[in-house]
Design a protein around this ligand. Structure first.
Ligand code: XIL
Length: 309
């Protein structure tokens, strides 16, 4: 059948994958499958703070630029990931800074990075995983600066007014305390006039997801009513668990299908992104969470997405 990106186009949906640019150089089949099946890319690691500004004031854009060039050449959109996160930060950010110093650090990073890619990145994950599993704001070196979150969105908007700006998180696909806390946070940002365009649901899932899927549409709808665009940003489904391999592959396919259906039925859901291309390079490779196996053979999950689109 036709590739996923061709099928997705008729729904006005973008289908994406997380990419490591070094693999584009090392593995021609990786690059080929990526360009054939997907019309959006996101940097799995190379646009994180620790990768871009390992040393204060020195920016390394080469791997990220390679990814953006690949995307442009293959008519793919780019999601930027990510500007404010408590992980993969360089050590120097943990210094003892005053609020004014931290403000300068945050502003310079966002201006430089978002400015560098201005006009080339359709969506930025400005904020990633700011709410913890306890539904409270997470500790982060940025918190010395009051309103760091709001400021991050304003700096990003100033640096590229054309990019849509997102809050992204995991464990908030269904209804529950964490999703409630994110909803309250995003509503307060909207009420303050912060330039926030959308919310990303990561969807790092396992085979127990189906009961949550039943509530997911309801959850997405309340975010849609805030006027937010909705993206599925990092989907993968861990295969581990009881049952035969064949049964688990079917269950995995069903979960991919369920989440895609929820997205297709929600008019504001515009992007469906997987956290990698093949199981070979997944961050959770041992649990084979993606839609292509390590030999680039499509798994039942691939055919389920193809049928659903
Ligand atoms: C992960 C990458 O996949 C790994 O290669 C890296 O070692 C750690 O980060 N949520 C996110 C992503 O927002 O940035 C994370 O990516 C996965 C969880």
């Amino acid at each position: 059948g036709p590739p996923l990106r061709t099928l997705a186009e008729k729904h006005g949906l973008q289908v994406g994958a997380a990419v490591e640019p070094n693999l584009l150089l090392q593995d021609p089949e990786y690059a080929q499958v990526l360009a054939r099946e997907f019309n959006l890319v996101v940097a799995e690691n190379v646009m994180k703070w620790g990768a871009l500004q390992t040393t204060r004031g020195q920016f390394n854009f080469a791997p990220a630029d390679l990814l953006v060039e690949f995307a442009q050449k293959n008519h793919m959109a780019v999601r930027g990931h990510t500007l404010v996160w408590h992980q993969q930060l360089p050590r120097w950010v943990y210094g003892d800074f005053t609020p004014a110093e931290m403000e300068a650090i945050l502003r310079e990073h966002i201006q430089t990075v978002v400015g560098h890619f201005r006009g080339k990145i359709a969506y930025w994950d400005v904020a990633n995983e700011v709410i913890g599993d306890d539904a409270e704001l997470r500790p982060t070196p940025f918190e010395v600066l009051p309103d760091y979150l709001e400021k991050a969105f304003r700096y990003a908007h100033a640096a590229d007014p054309g990019a849509k700006l997102f809050y992204n998180d995991y464990g908030a696909e269904g209804l529950g305390p964490k999703s409630d806390a994110i909803y309250a946070l995003l509503k307060s940002l909207k009420d303050k006039g912060v330039p926030l365009d959308g919310v990303g649901f990561q969807a790092h899932l396992d085979l127990n997801f189906s009961p949550t899927a039943a509530r997911m549409a309801e959850n997405l709808e309340r975010f849609a009513k805030l006027g937010l665009e909705i993206h599925i940003t990092e989907m993968d489904v861990r295969l581990s668990g009881p049952g035969s391999k064949a049964e688990r592959l079917q269950k995995q396919a069903q979960i991919y299908q369920e989440v895609l259906q929820v997205c297709l039925r929600q008019p504001r859901c515009k992007v469906f992104t997987l956290w990698g291309v093949s199981d070979a390079y997944s961050w959770r490779a041992a649990s084979e969470p993606l839609i292509f196996d390590a030999d680039y053979q499509p798994k039942p999950a691939y055919f389920a997405l193809q049928r659903t689109l």
